[in-house]
Design a protein around this ligand. Structure first.
Ligand SMILES: [Ca+2]
Ligand SMILES: [Cu+2]
Length: 343
């Protein structure tokens, strides 16, 4: 798979959900404006699945049963080429390309209001792992066109996932594309690829037969990446094998925005009942409890990225989740779209 482009796959490939429902016509579902459902999207049959995990980070627990209705999902994260089409059509300017409004950030230093985004910078040696600012830098001039800073470009990256998109940028793209973001539950059902309760989206072994199944970090994070999977940063979509539903890059490569406001799993699950189509919590209860004065709501992001390392962040798993402030774009966060059939 590595080094090859994504071959178009038939949409009617066998799905692994035991519960198959009649597939509504894609046209019927999304209307005539939809351009590429047939080519690019996969129908995920609805069903009940075990969401979350009791065996990893606290925020993934408790594992609980969730019922999700069927939907279409894109085979891979939105690429730079796709995002370029959107920007070309709409002249949209992303959040990271605009100066910040000082009213939104009272007391912030002027230089922090310049157009900028969050870029990973490897360290020259071991550092204090408790301080993420050792490797995360707010870089002026970093944005989706210049993913590693003002001197970088998209040369050779057209088929890589777009990054440095804040939540409002994603919303603008979705409006143009007439699509939506998955809920966390939809994303996780799709990522699991029909494998109930598996650790990874491909099974229970991280590197089956020694093969890397996703773009993650090997070696000592954040100083030395041994590149056994072939990629230091993002990789072209489809460089690693698809999951059981034919979806690429569900874990690793880039984190993906979901539409759910972040809340603890415990709050939307109970031992007695499954939840149906959960949609996350409330915006005003998604703030970061470690910084109560910051009133920036947070969305759930899923899938981990090229920066997830076994020694530091084992979030290249379908149950893994993180809270991402809506105003924060970064070099390792992108998104993919879904379309729900009309009710
Ligand atoms: Ca890698
Ligand atoms: Cu990670």
């Amino acid at each position: 798979m590595r080094g090859t482009t994504v071959a178009p796959l038939p949409i009617d490939m066998p799905l692994l959900n035991e519960q198959t429902t009649t597939m509504p016509s894609a046209r019927e579902a999304v209307g005539a404006r939809q351009r590429d459902v047939t080519d690019e999207m996969v129908w995920i049959a609805g069903g009940t699945f075990r969401m979350g995990s009791d065996n990893h980070y606290a925020e993934e627990a408790p594992a609980h049963d969730v019922k999700v209705d069927g939907f279409y999902i894109e085979r891979h994260p939105v690429t730079n080429a796709q995002f370029e089409q959107f920007v070309h059509a709409t002249s949209y300017v992303t959040l990271a390309e605009r100066p910040a409004n000082p009213d939104d950030y009272p007391g912030a230093e002027v230089e922090l209001l310049e157009p900028a985004s969050v870029v990973f910078q490897p360290t020259s040696g071991p550092v204090d792992m408790r301080n993420p600012y050792n490797w995360w830098k707010y870089v002026s001039g970093a944005n989706w066109r210049h993913p590693y800073g003002p001197d970088s470009s998209l040369d050779g990256l057209s088929q890589h996932p777009v990054v440095h998109v804040a939540y409002e940028d994603v919303v603008a793209y979705l409006r143009w594309a007439d699509k939506t973001l998955p809920s966390e539950a939809e994303w996780e059902l799709a990522a699991r690829g029909g494998l109930a309760g598996a650790e990874y989206v491909w099974g229970d072994a991280f590197t089956p037969d020694g093969v890397f199944m996703a773009n993650t970090w090997q070696g000592d994070f954040p100083s030395s990446n041994s590149l056994e999977d072939g990629y230091a940063a993002t990789s072209p979509v489809g460089s690693f094998p698809p999951n059981g539903f034919g979806l690429y890059d569900m874990v690793g490569n880039v984190w993906e925005w979901t539409n759910d406001w972040y809340q603890a799993h415990a709050r939307n699950s109970s031992a007695c009942c499954e939840t149906r189509n959960p949609r996350g919590g409330a915006a005003d209860s998604s703030y970061d409890p470690r910084t109560p004065h910051v009133r920036i709501p947070r969305k759930v992001i899923k899938g981990g990225s090229f920066l997830c390392a076994p020694s530091y962040c084992r979030r290249y798993r379908p149950a893994a989740r993180m809270a991402q402030p809506v105003d924060t774009s970064a070099c390792h966060v992108g998104f993919r779209c879904v379309v729900r059939p009309a009710a």
